[in-house]
Design a binder for this molecule. Sequence first.
Ligand code: ATP
Length: 326
Amino acid sequence: MGIEVVVEGLTKSFGKQKIWQDVSLTLPAGEVSVMLGPSGTGKTVFLKSIIGLLKPEKGRVLINGVDMVNSPEREIMETRKLFGLMFQDGALFGSMSLFDNIAFPLREHTRRTESEIRRIVMERIDIVGLLGAEGKLPGEISGGMRKRAGLARALVLDPQIILCDEPDSGLDPVRTAYLSQLLIDLNAQIDATMLIVTHNLDIAATVPDNMGMLFCRNLVTFGPREVLLTSDMPVVSQFLAGRREGPIGMSEEKDAATLAAEQTNGNGHAAPRTVVPQLEPSPGMPVRQAALRRRERVISMMGQLPEAARTAIMNSYTPTLDGGRR
Ligand SMILES: Nc1ncnc2c1ncn2[C@@H]1O[C@H](COP(=O)(O)OP(=O)(O)OP(=O)(O)O)[C@@H](O)[C@H]1O
């Protein structure tokens, strides 16, 4: 099972530019979480801080008792082996075949024999649906295939925590839908803790168990998906509706006068939103253990949740006609 990631009071600046401050959240073990936020709000910086590649000036990131901000570098390096990373561009070596790209972390970080490496790499290639393409160069395949190859490479060291930075960038809506399903199937198969940074509202609405949003140097919310998806916070509803009206401007924040004018004109109100069901694993996949754990966890915290989120959660857990639960 994946490992819980506890972020406490994290603050990061570059020189005088504060990126975000006092960010606290817990990524529950094995669950899928999504971080949303307008461009430039520091989502990638957040991922890099979790894995210890960037050093926030305040706060902690606790993974198995190791603080990825303040612990000795040796412990941080060791803990980093628990991670699988999928970057925006797939970050593949252009002169290597997909097989060699995916095998690279195993050859770099383990002493496995070539026959073991072959077995592991082919298994991961199968998981991401690239069997047959292993001999191709990255330049010979489509962007969507490169993404999946990047995901296969993130999986070879059996990660317990997977960080995906905009896995959908450059993909068409159909490929994005396949990728969403792949992420859920993957979670069912390996039960790793996953954090996905995306702008894609379809992924956001259908994939994660938990959702958060960064805006204006703060974590505006983080919790069960239904909380964000039913939130009436102006910044959240504007983002989810993809509207110009609201606090998010072209360069992140709008000035107060523009905002006031919009409200006077009645443009600031969002239509009520419905919460679409979360994706289930494909037929033949194992039951997603994280979904079972999450149900217990969320039900135990119902009293602390807003009413709209409670209703959405109750609706999602209503019994179906065949006696099961959605
Ligand atoms: N190494 C760095 N040194 C200085 N500034 C940096 C560094 N890395 C990121 N930044 C700044 O931090 C801010 C947040 O960048 P980041 O890439 O995390 O945003 P983001 O939310 O992921 O954006 P997008 O959605 O457009 O990818 C930006 O202003 C960026 O210029």
